[in-house]
Design a protein. Sequence first.
Length: 255
Amino acid sequence: MSEGRAAEIAWNRVLWAIVNERFTNGAAESMWGMPEVVWGLFAAPERELGVLGDVQGMDVLELACGTAYFAAWLARAGARPVALDFSSEQLATARQLQARLGPTFPLVHADAEQVPLASGLFDLVVSEHGVAAWCDPERWLPEAARLLRPGGRLVFLTNSNLSTLCVPANGGVAGDRLLRSQREVRRVQWPGGGIEFHPSHGEWVRQLRSAGFIIEAMHEIYAPEDGIDHPFYEIVSREWANRWPAEELWVAVRP
């Protein structure tokens, strides 16, 4: 890894320590207690999307897990999850909730671009608003492919490409105007924020194919009519996401 990329990851790690202190630590218990698997800012139900299928007995790796609530949902559904994140603060929150609420499963403190696990361990690699935005796809997608068994699946959620073009540089939610070019958001640093990656659809297709994946689907996620704005992630409003997709949920298979 280059010194420049190592410095970017270190900066993102500092940022997520602050985010955990201000927001995700306080929200984690309610997320762990969710009665079903949901996706994204507006809690799109997995029972409607059906991208995971039956996870009973599956070995699952959650990349960039944050406070590991998604892995907890999968464990309750019968999977054998491992949850990985580069933020020691978020993993500390996850450990506290494991001790208090259960279930327990391995938590790995590591960068998703360099995963310290053996190849071919998992049936499913999953990430819900984590790895896709915060890790370089040229690095993390080959790692995901390496970690999967033949026939294994990759499922990840990220911000919609359109939303990243419409979010104001000085903060706040997306508006109804394009504010930057497509090329600008492939790698972008928001003022006061971290370094993120928001490839175009064509770039995602190229990167997934280059890593050896076959793309099964890309679901565009909208807000429900009765949805509410997210309490702390200022990306899109419910009103905006009623009109345009807030998120993209990609599904790919390793042959």
